[in-house]
Design a protein around this ligand. Structure first.
Ligand SMILES: Nc1ncnc2c1ncn2[C@@H]1O[C@H](COP(=O)(O)OP(=O)(O)OP(=O)(O)O)[C@@H](O)[C@H]1O
Ligand SMILES: [Mg+2]
Length: 634
């Protein structure tokens, strides 16, 4: 055995291993998951020669990566099998490569395992398949171990005639054993076996699948003997939890030698005869890519795989939009997430604006070299509605603002207001008006008099600093936070409208890649004008190289007059956090969540979210990266 490498990296056959990647079935939403499984079943049904699929779990550079490798008896067969996997399951073939050895170097065989320098490897085989109903993806319970391991599925198609002969033989054997049974008392174990054999025959007879000889074996190791033993003990307990059994394998049965010898049938393989749908539950792709997609913004880690999780916020041709909508109860960690995204985006050079109804985002805005504008304290900028809006849209925007502050406007009042906008102002030249300048004209118009009186308190004194001050709003260089918290309650809606109008005009004007973050969007959306503006941004911001991150407290917000629906439909990613009460039902129907997910949402912790993006869904924990405030990017 000296000089041998476990897992075949030393043998010519190792070169025949082909790495394949396919979606993680546990992170796939129900409908696409059913499609994937149908594809996998079709692949199995077309399989012409035995294949072996190995899940190799390795820790490299502090990250656990699980790769899947396909082995077959010849290069042609392997190429054929992988091409069909690509076609039927959308698997990506990463190409032939060197299978990553579990351990390397001179090794010595021991009675219960393999000793290699200071490391140890043990082999296990599945002697009893789960006797409880299992869902596709159940193998995760075996490969999710935080220890280096190989799990190998050997799948050999068996001709229908051969399978039937074997089953009949098996049934005769069982019948004989039943006859022998004590005092004619039926043995329940034999009855179970008989039922299983009959079931298999029925599936074959009805043409609902093929028969396969399947063996599942594992090699665990590479660490100190105690660690490996503890890991194998854990695995065996987990198997027992599903009423399955993992038994120690002698080396000539285990994957270690099996793979070291490449394509060599184990001398005492422990196989089971299974049908296509049963084999399909062994779908072995159980891990995401293990690294962030290029350009994505890291927000935390995957709760099951511990892999990094990112948001893809940059507009791309592949995604219809790059918006993200976050829905969670108060205290679930929405603003914390907004901060991570803001810092990461600003550091990556994306101009970032955060609308901040609770004044929580000053610190990071300033830390990344941006500015924070607390509207209640004024500041160097005027948000004159006539200037901040797009050219030609100033009067319309102003009418909307006046309607909100002193409305609702009757039709004659609206007419008087528009006339006042158009009236020449002495010494004004081409400059845009401010609202206060319109008051004298309106006051002189019988239809405008009452409106002028109602508007006066808003545009004179302290209110004038906000609603009637020249300026087209701030220019944004790196990051800008706009705090609304300390504004007098009755000013809030108007201020939010002004800011939104400015924001939309800025987004259209500035060609730079941009990120708009709206915290507590549900609060703002209570104003129909603001809901409309946010909906507009959700639909159209990507056309101006921007993406929108909307954070809102309750699913109730989603029911609001189409706003929620519109935002959800225009968000490539949805993050749903802790929710209780009737909100859960709303989320369930709105996003087609399973009962299990709904139950999880009611007990998940602060910072934990269910992330839904296209065909995938995953439970994630939002956290700052170790390198600081999430400067990492994929
Ligand atoms: N992922 C996380 N890791 C560590 N601390 C967190 C995390 N998420 C939130 N927190 C902390 O929990 C507290 C509440 O979080 P946060 O303010 O983000 O909640 P929220 O959902 O925005 O609530 P609200 O709707 O009331 O604004 C804060 O002190 C925050 O620092
Ligand atoms: Mg918050």
């Amino acid at each position: 055995m000296d000089g041998c490498r476990i897992a075949g990296a030393n043998s010519a056959e190792a070169e025949r291993a082909i790495e394949i990647a396919a979606p993680d079935i546990l992170d796939t939403r129900p409908a696409p998951r059913a499609q994937l499984l149908a594809g996998f079943e079709a692949w199995l049904d077309q399989l012409e020669a035995p294949v072996r699929l190995t899940v190799a779990s390795r820790l490299a550079n502090g990250r656990r990566r699980r790769s899947v490798w396909l082995w077959s008896a010849s290069n042609e067969l392997a190429a054929q099998a992988t091409a069909q996997l690509e076609r039927l399951c959308g698997a990506a073939v990463r190409g032939p490569g060197a299978f990553p050895p579990l351990v390397e170097g001179p090794i010595a065989e021991r009675v219960t395992g393999i000793a290699w320098a200071g490391a140890w490897v043990e082999c296990l085989r599945l002697t009893t398949l789960p006797r409880v109903p299992v869902e596709p993806g159940w193998l995760w319970q075996l490969v999710g171990e935080p220890q280096d391991l190989d799990l190998t599925l050997s799948i050999s198609p068996v001709k229908a005639g051969t399978a039937d002969r074997r089953l009949r033989h098996r049934l005769r054997e069982l019948a004989a054993r039943e006859l022998e049974a004590d005092w004619g008392m039926p043995d329940p174990a034999l009855a179970v076996e008989r039922a299983a054999a009959n079931r298999l025959r029925e599936v074959l007879a009805r043409g609902e699948g093929r028969a396969f000889e399947v063996a599942v074996s594992m090699a665990v190791g590479g660490g100190p003997v105690g660690e490996v033993r503890a890991a194998t003990a854990r695995l065996r307990r987990r198997a027992l939890g599903m009423r399955a059994q993992l038994a120690p394998a002698w080396l000539d049965e285990g994957p270690a030698l099996l793979e070291a010898g490449g394509w060599r049938r184990p001398r005492r393989a422990f196989t089971r005869l299974l049908t296509t749908p049963e084999v399909a539950t062994l779908w072995p792709w159980l891990d995401g890519p293990g690294e962030l997609e290029p350009g994505s913004c890291r927000i935390g880690r995957h709760l099951r795989t511990q892999g990094p999780v990112g948001l893809k916020l940059a507009a791309s041709a592949a995604a219809p939009n790059s918006n993200c909508c976050v829905i969670a109860a108060s205290g679930a960690g929405k603003s914390y997430l907004a901060r991570l995204v803001g810092v990461s985006q600003a550091r990556a050079g994306t101009v970032t604006v955060v609308v901040d109804p609770e004044n929580e985002h000053r610190e990071w805005c300033e830390a990344v070299g941006g500015t924070y504008l607390d509207l209640a304290r004024g500041g160097g900028f005027g948000f004159n509605v006539f200037e901040a809006a797009n050219p030609g849209e100033g009067e319309l925007a102003a009418r909307e603002l006046v309607d909100l502050l002193a409305g609702p406007l009757s039709p004659p009042e609206a007419g008087a207001f528009l006339e006042a906008c158009a009236a020449p102002r002495r010494g004004a030249g081409d400059s845009a008006p401010v609202l206060a300048e319109l008051l004298p004209v309106m006051a002189g118009d019988p239809h405008g008099r009452s409106l002028a009186a109602r508007l006066r308190p808003w545009v004179e004194g302290q209110g004038g600093m906000l609603f009637s001050r020249p300026g087209r709003g701030p220019e944004v260089t790196r990051a800008l936070g706009v705090g609304l918290r300390d504004l007098p309650e009755r000013w809030r809606a108007g201020a939010a409208l002004l800011v939104s109008q400015w924001l939309w005009a800025w987004a259209q004007r500035d060609p730079a890649p941009k990120q708009v973050i709206i915290d507590e969007a549900g609060l703002l959306a209570a104003q129909p004008q603001l809901a409309e503006l946010m909906g507009q941004m959700a639909r159209r911001l990507r056309k101006y190289s921007g993406s929108l991150l909307l954070l809102t407290q309750a699913p109730r917000d989603l029911a609001m007059e189409g706003f929620g629906e519109l935002v959800a439909a225009n968000s490539a990613t949805l993050l749903v956090g802790s929710t209780t009460g009737p909100g859960v039902q709303r989320l369930k129907t709105g996003f087609h969540l399973s009962d299990e997910d709904c139950e999880w949402l009611q007990r998940c912790r602060r910072g934990e979210f269910l992330m839904l993006a296209g065909a995938t869904q995953a439970r994630v924990r939002v956290e700052a990266s170790e390198t600081g405030a999430n400067g990492d990017r994929g």
